[in-house]
Structure formats: structure tokens, C-alpha cells
Design a protein around this ligand. Sequence first.
Ligand code: TXA
Ligand code: MG
Length: 351
Amino acid sequence: MDTIIYHLNSNEIDQSAIEKAGDIIKNGGLVAFPTETVYGLGGDAMNAKASAKIYEAKGRPSDNPLIAHIASQEMLDDLVEDVPEWSRKLMEAFWPGPMTLIFHKKNTVPDSTTGGLETLAVRFPNHPVAQALIKSAGTSIAAPSANISGRPSPTKGEHVIEDLDGRIDCIIDGGEVEVGIESTIIDCTGDAPMILRPGYITKEKIEDVVGETTVDPSILEKIEDVVPKAPGMKYKHYAPKADFVMYRGNANKVAEKIIGEANSKDAKVGIITVDQHLNLYEGLVGENVEVISLGDVDNLDSIAHALFNVLREFDEKQVEYIIGETIPEENLGTAIMNRLTKASGYQVKDI
Ligand code: TXA
Ligand code: MG
């Protein structure tokens, strides 16, 4: 398949490109587009065949439901019912933005969009290209992250081109995304909110708006026999091609352990650290070892922004082993560690 690629400037959107991309969605085709979190792979959420194509293009298991993206709060009412009052407060506080809410779906939403579930995840993204595309398509757009299933989520147009060129109808390259980590998913089908996937909007911020909020226990650590409520959280995910291990503990001891292990490998090794610890590695690693900082640990936004890009960079450099430090699991650190832990296949060791 020939994929049409549009390079758009998010501040000055080329409306004719948006209209053509909107027509592709209307006709049941697939368009990858930027959102503020990561790129999405979009198709008409109300068209069962379009959803089926999304699973195929990504190589995604069909029991893993899609998020429907809307461009106004009114669009929500066509998709779902039983919307509790407290969830409206969340919408007021965080929409448009990196938050996804789950409600009971209406019968008109096809089962293939929700992977057979009776609930639907909905997000109102805060990105001018995403909003323009949804409006132009005249429908809500089902969109998972625009990566081949299992790979790190795409934060740049070139990541999407790398994964999906030739597999979908159109890619809108809108440059680098702002946030770099996916939305927070909140289940609104119970009496109180429950976080099913930590994301850019932290638990602390959610609790400021709606009070006590629980977290699906199975997403924080791997618990045998407990299936996460968000089906996608059970798969190995966000994974670079290299074997990836992380060490948690005292910074000096962790660096010592990482350096010893990195230097003992007979292959290319990547070390993941933070700006504050770069000096612990200086002059101590062999020439096959590359040390990359995720950013300033006092500025977790910068780390979230760099995360998936760094994992893809190691792939490009054909690194065979990645050894990383953990970061504190507070505030946005919870979502960052969730992605790193899954990327490593849960290989996080305390020392
Ligand atoms: O920031 C984001 O959320 C990005 C951008 C493109 O909007 N999208 C995204 O989609 O991350 P995806 O498909 O990569 O991840 C969606 C997650 C999966 O873990 C899926 O299982 C879960 O949401 N999910 C979707 N619908 C659900 C539902 N009805 N109930 C429980 N979990 C659901
Ligand atoms: Mg994804």
C-alpha cells in the first residue's frame, strides 16, 4: 500500500491536507496523526471494519480495546451513557488533555472498537491537528498509539513512518509531540474513579479534583493470576529490541553495579541514567558502552518527554543490552516507571 505522508506545521495547519485525511477516515481508511501525548493510529470509531484494520496494521491482539478520540464534550453523549457527575469535574479540569475516561458504551459503538467490552474509553486530545482531523472526519476517531504492537510509542513523525509506512493510508507528521507519555486512563463505571493506567495526569492531580481515587493494583507490579482491567496492560509493551534490566537502590551502588555489568558484556550496551548521576559514569565505561541521560530528575516532564525516544535510539544504535537506573515512583515518576518496568519485561532488581 502507498502511504500518503503530510508534513504539517501544528501552528499553521494546512486545511486541504486535513480535509483529505478526514475523507480517508470517512471512507473507512486509516490515518496516523499527532496528539499531545503520543501519535495515534486513527480510524472511524463507529465503523467496525475500520477498527479491524487498526488491529491488523498494528499487529495488535483484538481483545485489546481502542480509545475513541473526540473534539468536543458534546461528542461524548453519542458514544456512552451513565456519565457520573464527578467525572464531569474531571473533564472540566483536564479536557482537552492527556486523560482518558471509561464509561458504559452505547449500542451503536461497534464491539470491534471495544475489543468486545461493554465499556468504551474516550479522550478529548489537546492538539490542534488531532482536533482538526476529528472535526474534518465528522466522527470520533478510534486510535491506539501509532506503533507496531509491543514497540515503544511514537513521539515523532519519523517513528510512525518507521513502523507504519506501507501499512496504512496516510501519516500526518506534525513534528515532535509535547508530552511524550500516554494519557492517564480512569475507569468511571464504578462509584469512584479508578486509575487503570498511570499517565501524564498524576493521581495527586486527580485527587485534588475528585477526592480519593484508587489504582488498579495489578498495574503497579506483576501479580500472578490477576488480570489488569485495562487489557493492554497485560502485554509486554513499549519494548526496545535489546535485553533491558533496571537496578534500584543507593545511587552510587547502583552505578557501580551497572558499570561492572556493562563492561563485562561482549556487545554494545546502553546505560540509562539521569542528569544528576552522569558524573558517576564518567571515564568508567568501555568504548562499547553508551551512557544516555533521560533528563533532569527534578523535572519529570523532561524525562517523560525523552523516554520513548531514548528507547528507540538504542534500537537504532543496535544496542544489545540496556541497563538502567530506576527513578522515584512519585507524581509523574509513577507513569514513567510503569512504562520502563514494562519495557524491561518486569526486570527491576533491588540492590
Ligand atoms: O495518550 C493516549 O492515550 C494515546 C493517544 C494516541 O491518545 N493512546 C493510547 O492508546 O495509548 P493505546 O491503545 O496504546 O492504549 C490504550 C489502553 C490499552 O491498555 C487498552 O487496553 C486500554 O487503554 N483500554 C481501552 N479501552 C478500554 C476499556 N473499555 N476498558 C479498559 N481498558 C481499556
Ligand atoms: Mg500503546
